[in-house]
Design a protein around this ligand. Sequence first.
Ligand code: AMP
Ligand code: GLY
Length: 432
Amino acid sequence: MKILVIGSGGREHALVWKLAQSPLAARMWCAPGNAGIVGERLAKNGSPVECVPVSAEDFEALLDFARREKPDLTVVGPDNPLAAGIVDLFQANGFKIWGPNRKAAQFEASKAFSQDFMERHGIPTAQSGTFNEPVAAKKFAAALGGRCAVKADGLALGKGVLLTTNVAEAEQAIDEIMVSKAFGAAGQRVVIQELLEGMEISLHALCDGKVTKLFPAAQDHKRALDGDAGVNTGGMGTYSPAPFLADAQLAELGAAILQPWLRGCAADGIDFRGLIYPGVMLTKSGPKVLEFNARFGDPETQVYLTRLESDLVELMLASCEGRLADIELKWSAHASVCVVMASGGYPGSYPKGKVITGIEAADALPATKVFHAGTAFKDGRVVTNGGRVLGVTAWRPTLMEARDAAYAAVEKIRFEGAQFRRDIAAKALRVG
Ligand code: AMP
Ligand code: GLY
């Protein structure tokens, strides 16, 4: 089979790496890819993965490419092209493509849509309100004592959520999003939720429009600094499994969210084929969904796919074709830990073009993989090219060993200004 992967981050490197292991994959492209993706080879025939210099949002050029090369399967990594309807476009032109269509991708593209859906279909979530203008939004925030999550409705590169703990902060956050338009048009509407406390986990489930297959639990570390200090980022590191959630608890939690979700999709005429990723807070008064994403998490993908034993090409085909009911997902018992190395300054502004050394030495360690995110080639050398640069991932029989191995690999890698959290998985090791 010929496979086209769309995207360029750490998630897409992990997708390409795993898809390339499938005996079904005979040729693979990634648009636009990165400096790590281009080094991958297919297990079946040793062919290199080819990076195509086309942006994930240039639909015309992507469709031209598909018409020329005729991929048998296209896999979409990021949220933006899904929200803009790439799946609908490819399907209308006769191409098989994995990911939710535009209507189904609204779970991520609009927080107001998701919040309304959860409330109508009985999915446990935070107390919330949706507002089109700041006065009513501020009144609602004040009624919550200013302890709020103020969220831009639309897509904002994972940065459109401001957490506040008093009324002044909440009012400032509302002004920032709705008046100063810090996240552009994404902030025309806001969703305000009560501020929840507890352990946050990521759930992932593969869906074929009729059934869902729940993954093991994972945990991301959203804040920039150790001890969950600093501002929210796209994600600074992950681990899986989550030792504080027993298998039976995870299954119960998955069912409490996914059963009403599937029923709601059927009732609302939503045919969701792809990956649904609820972000969940385990609060004292039970689990609550904070948001839905309609794609693989980044850097959750890095820890999931280093544990997945099943053939990912087969799973994606089954998801596209409505055949998941008969398929079992197989996971290794190993734990996996991913530590993100980011550019100095991220998630604010940061420099690009810093030379990276030590990736090969890190990759040479056993059961270790350095997934590239924001990297590029310059004069034959790998350089930084984004905020999150690398996802250094290791898998071992225990979480502690995986954590130690991931940090041993991080120690081998250098670039000017590199920043990373030193406490990835520490919470799980304390309570696990
Ligand atoms: P979201 O994009 O909605 O998941 O929000 C980004 C991050 O903000 C989440 O991963 C949480 O860490 C945090 N967050 C979102 N909503 C809430 C909430 N209601 N209470 C506390 N933290 C939240
Ligand atoms: N891990 C955070 C995200 O993918 O949204």
